[in-house]
Structures are given as C-alpha cells and as structure tokens.
Design a protein around this ligand. Structure first.
Ligand code: NAD
Length: 279
C-alpha cells in the first residue's frame, strides 16, 4: 500500500535537531499542516521547551548513539503512534583549513552528519517496512554536491548523505517507502554564523523556505531538492564542464572565502556550541 503524504494531517513526523534552525521551522510547518510532530535534539531541555511552545513532543536525542535514538523513536511512538515521516536534519558545520581541523572535530562531524543519518534510517526503516509505508527525508546540503574549500570534512559527510539516500531509494524500492534528499545553499541559522562576507553572492534562504521545500518533497515524493531550485542543474553542469574551466570560475568567484573571510568573533559563538559536543 503506497500512502500519499500530500496531506500530513494526523501523520506522525519525527525531526532530529529540531530545537532550532531548519528543524524547528520544519516542525512548525508540519504542525500547521495538522501533523503530530516529535522533535529530538542533543539540547534536550531546548527540545522539550520549544516543543511545548509550538504544540509538539520534545525529547533529548543524541543521533550518534543507538540507545538514545531508539528511546527517542520509542517515546515518540508511545506518545503519538507509529512514525510516518523521519527527517534526519541534525548536523554541525565546523569551518577551517583541513589540516588544522582536530581529529576530534572531524570524527564528531562524521558521527553526527553521517553516522546519525545512517542510524536514523536503520532504526526507522524496519518500523516503516512493517507497515508498508513511510517517508525518510535526509538533510544534506549544496555542499553535498559542490566542493567548498574550508569545509572539506563537512562536504565529505554531505556528499555521503546524498549517496546513502540514492542507494537506499534503490534498495528499498517497492516497499512503499520514499526517500528525499534536501540540499539547501546558505540558510540564515546559527550554523552559518559569521559567514555573511564569506558567502557574499551566495543564494541565501530562510529556515521557513527550507521547511516549505521539505514539505513539498514529502507531498510530491521528490527525490532530490535543491534550494533555490535553479541550483538543481549545478551538479550536472559541474560534471560536464572541464575542470580547468570550473576552477577558473571558482577563482573569479572567490571560492576560498570560507578560509579567509569568516567573522571570527561571530563564528566563535557557534564553535563554542559545537566544541561542547566533542567527547
Ligand atoms: P542549527 O545549528 O541551527 O540546528 C542544528 C540542530 O542540530 C541544533 O539544534 C543542534 O543542537 C542539533 N544537533 C547537533 N548535534 C546533534 C546530535 N548529536 N544529536 C541531536 N541533535 C543534534 O543548524 P541548521 O542550519 O538548522 O542545520 C540543520 C541541517 O541543515 C544540518 O544538517 C545542516 O548541515 C543543514 N544545512 C544547513 C545550511 C545552513 O546554511 N544553515 C545549509 C545547508 C544544509
């Protein structure tokens, strides 16, 4: 049985990293459609207080840990019923030269941005397969299709999420489960703090615009969604254009600005938060 999620009314939607930014905006958009929403976040207190404010269910979650993810999903099902949609959104974005990045920060990034998505898919899929329906939305990035100097490991995790989602879509075809990948360019959230100069000329969206794209991907069973949508052609153009030509454009555009033009003071506010995640 293929379930159409055009109407999210009454559906149970689970969002990781839902206490702020894109996750929170998506939670509000789903609630506005009549969905029942569960948000999980490493910042458990914030997840609970935000959920209370918007009318959803909030729970502590560390996407890196199977036990934590499993109890989050179970608590959601106990409270709201079987999960219809999982949105793997939690992520972090450290910045800086590749060789200077500490191994701890590289590993934490891989654990959250990639392993967290893998774990979410592994835990949600059997529940969805049993019911013959479900939709998994994985939040990648344009950095998952376009290399950005200063974000090497981040790009590696986001490229991997694109590949993971493409592959799961084929492995689980005919099960009634849909998979979407969301690839935003820059979004005005804390994750992008201090990048206004570095990202000058880069299309910038609000979290609400990304939330609308997530909802559209569910309603229309879209496979890969770039925001803005016209960027959807960029991977194909990049692949077809000789490297020397793309590199020329990159130089003209100034593609090293993440390395050179971040506002360190603003960035430190974000870095403090993500440094606390290193164990
Ligand atoms: P954000 O920092 O505002 O929100 C991310 C949330 O994830 C935070 O609430 C954080 O506490 C949570 N989180 C971090 N580690 C976690 C963990 N281990 N377990 C559970 N929750 C955890 O960032 P955002 O911009 O809303 O990012 C959401 C997603 O969108 C990320 O995957 C990010 O890579 C992606 N993205 C963001 C941008 C952008 O410019 N902001 C662009 C493209 C893609």
């Amino acid at each position: 049985m293929i379930v159409n999620y055009k109407n999210l009314s009454g559906k149970v939607v689970v969002i990781t990293g839902g206490a702020r930014g894109i996750g929170l905006a998506t939670a509000k958009a789903c609630l506005a459609q009549g969905a029942q929403v569960s948000i999980g976040d490493i910042d458990g207190d914030l997840a609970v207080s935000q959920a209370k404010k918007i009318g959803g269910f909030g729970h502590a979650l560390d996407v890196r840990k199977r036990d934590s993810f499993e109890s989050f999903l179970q608590a959601t099902e106990d409270k709201l019923g079987p999960i219809d949609v999982l949105i793997n959104n939690a992520g972090i974005m450290p910045t800086g030269a590749f060789v200077d990045e500490s191994d701890d920060i590289s590993e934490t990034q891989i654990d959250i941005n990639l392993n967290g998505v893998i774990l979410g898919c592994k835990l949600a899929l059997p529940r969805m397969i049993r019911r013959g329906s479900g939709h998994i939305v994985n939040v990648s990035s344009m950095a998952g299709v376009i290399p950005i100097p200063g974000l090497a490991v981040y790009c590696a995790t986001k490229f991997a999420v694109v590949g993971l989602t493409k592959t799961l879509r084929e492995e689980y075809r005919d099960t009634g489960i849909n998979f979407s990948t969301i690839m935003p360019c820059k979004v005005k959230t804390e994750l992008a703090l201090g990048s206004d100069d570095a990202a000058k000329g880069v299309p910038t969206s609000t979290p609400e615009e990304i939330a609308a794209a997530v909802l559209k991907s569910i309603a229309h069973e879209l496979t890969e969604v770039t925001i803005p949508s016209y960027l959807g052609y960029s991977p194909a153009i990049l692949n077809l254009t000789p490297h020397r030509v793309t590199q020329g454009f990159r130089r003209l555009f100034g593609d090293r600005r993440v390395l050179e033009q971040l506002n360190e003071q603003e960035r430190n506010r974000y870095n403090q938060r993500i440094n606390d995640l290193v164990q």
